[in-house]
Design a protein around this ligand. Structure first.
Ligand SMILES: [Zn+2]
Length: 269
């Protein structure tokens, strides 16, 4: 499972992204700046499968990029640092509950990976300190448990308006931005999406596609911002059909989002 992002006319600006399935349904990512060979891992839920891949490529690991403090995103950090000497980056706001950080990041910061560069986006809601990494040149977004394929993270620490603002920030990125999220929850997300947006033809088509992908044990990442805007109910709080279905025609967008999130929490599809 391997994808290379290439900017036409600027062949030196390349970032390869390898999907590394971890635990039951987590996705870790192994990033490589092809111009310099610099390597990073996003969210090491466990070290073993990542170390196997890193050693197969020669053993280099420059950075471990953490999105938030949950154990299923950070538990492999210490073992990777011990094995490779990699540096660790994460949210300044969560430095007290993340593994020891070499870089403390806030909204707007940049993190260089060789000649590639990620802009940091604060995306609170799932947790108060959640951040996302946006590699702008290749439009690769690592958004962990904020935006999932056809879903979003649970509101464990934030309220609905906070999460809605984070999702709006991601939805405003260029339509072709690739969405690399933290979990393979797509089948369950598609079933919920169909329950609140059943007449959405783009959604129905996509639900059939992801059924096929998962039947073949293939990942449903990356998605794109354009696909999410068309099919993810949590980005579609303005949609008149969804509002009518929920009986919330006159509600604010965050209120519709909150109702969708509550409905998903109780959904047994
Ligand atoms: Zn989480």
């Amino acid at each position: 499972m391997h994808a290379v992002s290439l900017i036409v006319g600027a062949p030196a600006l390349t970032l390869s992204v390898e999907i590394v399935p971890l635990l039951a349904d987590n996705y870790g990512y192994l990033l490589s700046d092809l111009a310099t060979g610099a390597v990073a891992v996003v969210d090491p839920a466990e070290a073993g499968p990542l170390l196997d891949r890193i050693r197969a490529r020669g053993g280099r690991l420059d950075w471990i990029l953490l999105t938030h403090h949950h154990g299923d995103h950070v538990a492999g950090t210490a073992e990777l640092v011990a094995a490779t000497g990699a540096k660790v980056a994460g949210a300044a706001a969560d430095a007290h509950r993340l593994p020891p950080l070499d870089r403390r990041l806030v909204e707007g910061d940049r993190l260089e990976l060789g000649r590639a560069s990620a802009r940091i986006l604060a995306t609170p809601g799932h947790t108060t300190g959640h951040i996302a990494y946006l590699f702008e040149a290749t439009v690769d977004l690592f958004c962990a448990d904020t935006l999932f394929v056809m879903g979003c993270g649970r509101l464990i620490e934030g309220d609905a308006p906070t999460m809605w603002a984070s999702l709006e920030k991601l939805a405003a990125l260029p339509p072709g931005t690739k969405v690399w999220c933290g979990h393979e929850y797509t089948l369950a997300n598609a079933r919920f999406a169909l329950s609140v947006d059943p007449d959405n033809e783009a959604l129905r088509t996509r639900a059939r596609l992801v059924e096929r992908l998962r039947a073949e044990d293939r990942p449903t990442v990356p998605s794109t911002i354009a696909e999410e805007r068309a099919t993810n109910p949590f980005l579609r709080a303005r949609d008149p059909m969804i509002r009518r279905r929920l009986g919330l025609e006159a509600a604010t967008d965050p209120e519709v989002f909150a109702a969708l999130r509550r409905a998903k929490d109780g959904f047994r599809g």
